[in-house]
Write a protein that binds this ligand. Sequence first.
Ligand SMILES: Nc1nc2c(c(=O)[nH]1)N[C@H]1C(S)=C(S)[C@@H](COP(=O)(O)OP(=O)(O)OC[C@H]3O[C@@H](n4cnc5c(=O)[nH]c(N)nc54)[C@H](O)[C@@H]3O)O[C@H]1N2
Ligand SMILES: Nc1nc2c(c(=O)[nH]1)N[C@H]1C(S)=C(S)[C@@H](COP(=O)(O)OP(=O)(O)OC[C@H]3O[C@@H](n4cnc5c(=O)[nH]c(N)nc54)[C@H](O)[C@@H]3O)O[C@H]1N2
Ligand SMILES: [Mo]
Length: 686
Amino acid sequence: MIASVEDEQVVRLLPDKNHPVHKGFACHKGLNFVELHRDPDRINFPQARSNAKQAAVGEFEQLDWDTAAQAISKRLADLAEKYGSDALGMYVGNPSAFNSTGREAARRFARAVGVKYSFGSGTQDCSNKFAASEAMFGTANLHPIPDFKHTNYFLSIGSNPKISHVSFVHMTNPMATLRDIVARGGTVTHINPRKIESATPHTGEVVQIKPDTDVYFLAALIHEIKTQNLVDEAWLESRASNADALWQFVADYAPADVADVVGIDAETMRNLARDFANADGASVHMSTGANMGRQGTLAYWLVQMLSLITGNLGRKGGNIYSPGYFPAATVGKPKTDNPFFESPFGEMRRITGSLPGNLLAEHIEAGLVKGLICMSGNPILSMAGERRLREAFKKLELLVVVDIYPSATANLADYLLPATDWLERADVNSVSLGFQPEPYVQYTEAVVPPAFERKPEWWIFARLLQALGLPSELDQAQADPMAKIDRQLNNSDLSLAQLQAQPSHTITLPEPQPELLFDVAVQHEGAKVDCFPSLIARGAPACSRIFAELKAESADTLKLITLRTNYMVNSWMHNLPALKRDVALDNPLHMHPEDVARLGLADGTEVSVASDHGSIIATVKADEDLRQGVVAMTHGWGHANNPRLSLAHNHPGTNVNALLPTGAGSYDPLSNMSFMTGIPVSIRAA
Ligand SMILES: Nc1nc2c(c(=O)[nH]1)N[C@H]1C(S)=C(S)[C@@H](COP(=O)(O)OP(=O)(O)OC[C@H]3O[C@@H](n4cnc5c(=O)[nH]c(N)nc54)[C@H](O)[C@@H]3O)O[C@H]1N2
Ligand SMILES: Nc1nc2c(c(=O)[nH]1)N[C@H]1C(S)=C(S)[C@@H](COP(=O)(O)OP(=O)(O)OC[C@H]3O[C@@H](n4cnc5c(=O)[nH]c(N)nc54)[C@H](O)[C@@H]3O)O[C@H]1N2
Ligand SMILES: [Mo]
């Protein structure tokens, strides 16, 4: 985007029509960022809590940075003295992905002070992918992307590109991308319980699946392709190991065997499998809708297997590797063969450093985590079990929150530290590494100086380290928070200085070459993909058990799924007037009209929604787009307890995450990924 600045104030953001890749396409949430930048409810100064933690609403007094840094470092030192170095936890949330210097600083800080317990939003949206890739490919950082430009079949599972712009693929103008595939005679198929906004006559059809069953659907496709002899066996032999175990795994899941469980008739699955296998270049992408099911790791594995056995992995029009300015796949190798260890909560693993988010409350309740640092995350609203988390957070001896807003989590903090926003800090689009069909690297400058006492995270963490007497970036005469990125750029004979000199501060990189996937990215010996790694074998028994459970399930079980809209970003853009339109003033419970009638309800009825884990009150919204038996509600709402966000507080909505499971058994033990979709609920008039 282009920011117009007058008197050191951003007055306007407009799409950058000259951007070599995006060509003026920009998301309305980004374009409305000026509202966020100027929001009077932002956190502008360091603050310390001045009332009791038991109080419903936190009260805070303003500090200067020196006082705040001293006070926090003293509290950290006290904790270390009392409990040794092992009582600290950290939670790093989603916006850290779009904050290259902040993310790196949080990592460095954690290492320097010895944070033992790391948590993050990754176990709410994607940790299954890291776990599966690490096992199959020998690197957590390989996530082959669709070759949109050349593909003739695109299978999109559990995603809604029009609304969310996808995760793990940096898609420019998602709808135009889908339209182009259909326009050149290709096919786009969306696998989703809901007829999503992304599906139109020009952008593909939806096959409506039952929630939390993708793994069986994928197994059935592979079963059919194998049975029809559509596997390129010689190629598979040269590229992969353990294929026999894959065939054995899918043997129980022929299309006819799984049809009732997945809710798609066998013929549809058979046709889909054959069309995919026969297409001249077929690609597949799976996103949060399937990640959040109970078997996200297995589902992601089967997605890659579908691509592999049809000869589409690392092939033109299939799924490819796009290294961008740095081949991150080469640095994602697992540190050990067996990631599992004994913990107070049984056998456990870390995935890209993180423990299961759904055990965060337990860690505090058990007295393991006494102090927590939370950066750009809002676990109180974004994770399951708000009530339990609130009680746990009140038991913390120290909670430091680094945020731009007084979030629900910030409300419980002992110290609140004000971060800068995107207009006030420089950045490079490093999160896109590996995810770009059209690779480019861009430097975005700070277009205005930070308002008030807001500081970039790298500075905040460096200041804390300094106060702790530890080596700090700020010890240097000229701090260089982008040094690491510059080094990575140098790897491609680029530099920050070069970027800064370019129009749009952007350099486009060569188109990704399909052969790079095997030549560069796969890290297993001989660049062979493991078709049945031990991690997957570990998940196989649960896969058959859940299949039997699903088969036995009553036909009228209602299942809850998640529903992103254009008017929210997780829990945190709820204070922007531009996103609080009349269609988006709360988060009703979407239900199919037949289900509404069957339960004797009506559009607008107030209902009580209950699961095994909690209950909420919601308003029914009849919605024909849902599959029957599926209900949906948008997450990130529930601002009734937070008067500091004035607009959000006026339209609080309900936190649907009260219905999600938390604690033992509520996450995929292969990857720590939380179960967040396909949750059985019952509904009655309130
Ligand atoms: N407007 C907006 N954009 C966002 C965000 C936001 O909050 N608002 N969040 C951002 C973030 S953090 C992320 S991770 C990305 C996520 O990007 P996406 O993964 O594309 O997320 P969603 O749009 O929620 O799409 C998930 C889809 O999965 C479907 N689904 C639910 N359960 C199942 C299931 O069991 N199986 C299948 N096959 N489908 C299922 C849902 O109906 C939904 O359409 O979006 C990002 N973009
Ligand atoms: N039921 C249900 N729950 C879900 C999901 C779902 O689909 N359904 N989606 C899940 C997903 S995909 C995700 S990623 C997680 C998100 O989980 P979290 O990352 O914990 O939550 P967010 O709501 O994204 O909160 C981000 C916080 O970062 C702050 N912030 C924004 N920009 C900056 C910045 O530049 N610096 C700093 N320091 N702070 C900043 C915001 O004010 C906000 O408080 O939630 C998940 N929760
Ligand atoms: Mo996410």
